[in-house]
Design a protein around this ligand. Sequence first.
Ligand SMILES: Nc1nc2c(ncn2[C@@H]2O[C@H](COP(=O)(O)OP(=O)(O)OP(=O)(O)O)[C@@H](O)[C@H]2O)c(=O)[nH]1
Length: 398
Amino acid sequence: MDTTPASASASTAASPDGQTGQPTVVVCMGMAGAGKTTFMQRIASHQFGKKETPYIINLDPAVTYSPFQSNIDIRDSVNYKKVMEEYNLGPNGGIMTSLNLFATKVDQVLGLLEKRAAPDPEDPSRKPMKHVLVDTPGQIEAFVWSASGTIFLDSLASSFPTVIAYVVDTPRANSTSTFMSNMLYACSILYKTKLPMIIVFNKTDVQDPSFVKEWMTDFDAFQAALDKEQSNNAFGGQDGVGSGYMGSLINSMSLMLEEFYSHLSVVNVSALEGSGIDDFFEAVKEKADEFRRDYQPELDRRREAREADKKKQREKELDKMMSGMSMGGTASKTAVGDIDVEENDMEPLSPDEDSDDELDDEQDREGLQARYEASMLHQEDSVSADASFAKYLHTQQG
Ligand SMILES: Nc1nc2c(ncn2[C@@H]2O[C@H](COP(=O)(O)OP(=O)(O)OP(=O)(O)O)[C@@H](O)[C@H]2O)c(=O)[nH]1
């Protein structure tokens, strides 16, 4: 599905200071209980403390208590409990269906964001927002692997630099196997979303995070930890068979993940105590630059490819139509000619007149082709005008 909004090119628009002047969207993800909501609250209050009012979006329909006020909250539009009742769904199905229902409003969400990101003519002193913070459901799969999650992420990324903050529960990642599971999960999110990622090791007030850096940069250190766990029979299995298999699997995966690690930013924070938040925003800045440098051209390339495909398709249809017309033209001319001759009592055409007619036919064809192309162009103009108008309406409504 093409979710590229009309404003896609806005992401490269530069402000007078040479910066793009656009807010960066930070999408917080993480397994249930990793501390996403606490982290969201912490980064939001950090921004308020710097007099940089963030724009907050909550996409978790099932959250019962939110310690911060959201500018856009899925719960204002969709009643998760009613969705479960009406569609006879369990919790995960309820979240996915609520997200699907809310995805129909993605244009409105973008309209509101764009309105808020643009200067306000009525209040020229208003500071442009720097960050849009998005909270997502703890059931990551319901968001990342659902159509609606893709629609939200693609739409945001086609309008603003967008980065993923993947929050990890550090105390629960201190064994090689849980660490590896977390990293594989993060890797699959990166692979699916194709967006720059920051891994946020949270709860560092209760777990020293130094092992993280060691395991991610030093293969021997990871190997040593793995051997230690294996010798304690941490992976189970009889006569060491299970542990041997797990050990070598984790070992090969850690080699495979080396490339993944090299593309990540890693920060250690305590959402509860507030440490590491400056480092986090430094990483966001870096990743936003990376988005503009590496991801934006790819997004633009994909959009251009889609447009080239559409153009090719139109040309194909035009060719089909023209060849249909030339066949139909001959057939109908014969038929009409026959009737004309009979009904109007006209003389049959002389060979000379016939060849003149072929020439006229050719000119007609060229003229028709030109008119068709012109009308297609006009249609394109009116489509983009419609899109701009729709966008304008959204911003007016917002
Ligand atoms: N010690 C400590 N506890 C934390 C930290 N961050 C979050 N917690 C605790 O971890 C628990 C889960 O935190 P939440 O913020 O609700 O986690 P979540 O990822 O939003 O959870 P879901 O809403 O279930 O997806 C809570 O008891 C928090 O107080 C931290 O930095 N340090």
